[in-house]
Design a protein around this ligand. Sequence first.
Ligand code: CU
Length: 147
Amino acid sequence: MRMSALRVFIFAVALAATGARPAMAADAARSDAPIVATIDADGVQRATLVLDSYSYSPSHLIVEVNRPVELTLTSVSSFAPHNLVIDDPESGLAIRHDVGSGSTSQLRFTPTHVGTFPFFCDKKAPFMASHRKKGMEGTLEVREPAS
Ligand SMILES: [Cu+2]
């Protein structure tokens, strides 16, 4: 995919404005392959998500229904704050979890409905598009246990 010079310029300005790392470093760290959370001996399914400007890696996470989930959210962005939002209250998923730049925190929840739910970052800098619109979104896939 080619970007016009103007788009490259706007992208560069946006990166400079948010203190993001260079695009190549972000792309190298990005993984779009679905990841199945690991079920530990304590019955909790765990996974680590890396938050960058503007991506989650992995961006597709698969978990089992009715089993606690613990996500370790690690931000590698140097300035921009990020978060993880899942806005599906009908399925019991109403999550808004902030992750400061360069910090790590745990997010715990138990999905009670099978389905596919978008997660995203709704942070935005003044006069800029939201991080979600810049591509910072992913998919939480909640499945029946693999018996
Ligand atoms: Cu963000």
